[in-house]
Design a binder for this molecule. Structure first.
Ligand SMILES: Cc1cc2nc3c(=O)[nH]c(=O)nc-3n(C[C@H](O)[C@H](O)[C@H](O)COP(=O)(O)OP(=O)(O)OC[C@H]3O[C@@H](n4cnc5c(N)ncnc54)[C@H](O)[C@@H]3O)c2cc1C
Length: 370
């Protein structure tokens, strides 16, 4: 049965693409449909820091660790890929928060998460290219963390998708799930084309709650608006992802940087046509804040910036699995979809192909909202 299953996947972000490729590996036939191009939403504008830093529920932590593990396997197969690197993560808090940073470090140590608490002058001994004078008190270095450029990962996975015979439908508009006797029977594109399927996966990022709503399924949506800036190329030695009070910075292919933060969210305007804008000076301010973190303080020039919703379920926890009310319809909707991208595709495809529920997804079922 599993080798002949036909699955329609809605959404060309990392979760849809990863699950589609894992399904093809498992012998399914797959049609992947997406509204515009691949990686057109969050996946195309993600900081994509691979981590399980800080404090969260144990099942979520375990899933994230498995997520990082799958990236490590991919990295080990070819460590020269410019779009997937493990240079660690460096974080610090604002002045006056020394004890908060110490408590975070103590917690990370207590669960065996590799964590080093450092004075500013110790940073150069663990990671290069940082301006330690930007660190007011202390910092945490997490050596096991990394980063990925998701658009590159999507391109990489899509080579396998095509090699395994997947069918790709771009510019499908807003695709809907079709039903037959209460069960998912396939999908319908905005122009009315229909594709029948044994199983449908809704992996529509921040739009996931809107796509399942007509099926009578409520999934609370907590997705904020966010922005990712990519700089012009600049000489630098930075290897770590930096999370700091005024800027998050990661290396990006081509000697560029990817920058984001949340302090400017209220400066973003959403227009009636669904587009977003932000004053240019806010973009430059983020670049200037980021420059202060890098040794030599190189001038950072924004090359592009993308704004849109960052997918976050209402309760902050991932939503993975089959809808209780709509057999045959699965969802994948999560924060930290970069870290979870490979593992979520692996576990969900296993559930779809075998019908067996994976224990690591047990606390993340969509049924918790009904
Ligand atoms: C600024 C920013 C920083 C981030 N930082 C990190 C980080 O450091 N670490 C981390 O792990 N994660 C991070 N994330 C989160 C991560 O990038 C996302 O969770 C992940 O990219 C989501 O992938 P997705 O496939 O679920 O959704 P998306 O990439 O949003 O893809 C959904 C796709 O579905 C399509 N679609 C939507 N509705 C329909 C429809 N009705 N019909 C057809 N197609 C439809 C969209 O066009 C889109 O292509 C960050 C995200 C942002 C935006």
């Amino acid at each position: 049965m599993s080798s002949t299953k036909h699955v329609a996947v809605i959404g060309g972000g990392i979760l849809g693409v990863s699950t589609a490729v894992h399904l093809l590996r498992g012998g399914a036939s797959v049609t992947l449909l997406t509204e515009q191009g691949l990686a057109s939403e969050a996946t195309g504008r993600s900081l994509s820091w691979l981590n399980s830093a800080g404090e969260r529920s144990t099942p979520y932590h375990q899933l994230r660790l498995a997520g990082v593990d799958r990236y490590r396997t991919l990295f080990a197969a070819d460590p020269t890929r410019e779009w997937l690197q493990f240079g660690g993560g460096l974080m610090w808090n604002a002045a006056g928060q020394r004890e908060v940073t110490e408590a975070r470090h103590a917690y990370e140590q207590s669960i065996g998460y590799d964590s080093k608490l450092l004075a500013p002058e110790e940073i150069a001994s663990v990671t290069p290219g940082i301006d330690a004078s930007a660190v007011p008190e202390n910092a945490i270095f997490n050596p096991g963390e990394g980063w990925v450029s998701l658009p590159d990962l999507v391109n990489f996975l899509m080579e396998e998708f095509h090699a395994l015979g997947g069918q790709l439908v771009l510019n499908a508009g807003k695709v809907q799930v079709t039903l037959d006797g209460g069960r998912a029977s396939g999908v319908e594109t905005a122009s009315g084309e229909t594709y029948s399927a044994d199983v449908v996966l809704v992996a529509c990022g921040a739009a996931t709650p809107a796509v399942v709503k007509p099926l009578g399924v409520e999934i609370p949506n907590g997705s904020p608006v966010s922005m990712l800036v990519v700089t012009k190329p600049v000489e630098h030695q930075v290897k770590a992802v930096m999370n700091t009070p005024r800027a998050a910075v990661r290396p990006n292919p081509g000697n560029t940087f990817a920058l984001d933060h949340d302090w400017y969210e209220d400066r973003i305007t959403e227009h009636a046509d669904g587009s977003f804008s932000i004053p240019d000076e806010v973009v430059q301010e983020l670049a200037d804040e980021s420059s202060k973190l890098i040794a030599g303080n190189p001038e950072l020039k924004p090359a592009s910036w993308k704004i849109g919703y960052k997918p976050i379920p209402g309760d902050g926890e991932p939503v993975f699995g089959e809808l209780g009310q709509v057999p045959g319809c699965f969802v994948a909707f999560t924060h930290s979809g970069a870290t979870l991208g490979l593992i979520a595709g692996e576990l969900l495809s296993g559930e779809i192909l075998t019908g067996k529920k994976h224990p690591m997804l047990a606390t993340f079922r969509p049924g918790r909202f009904s």
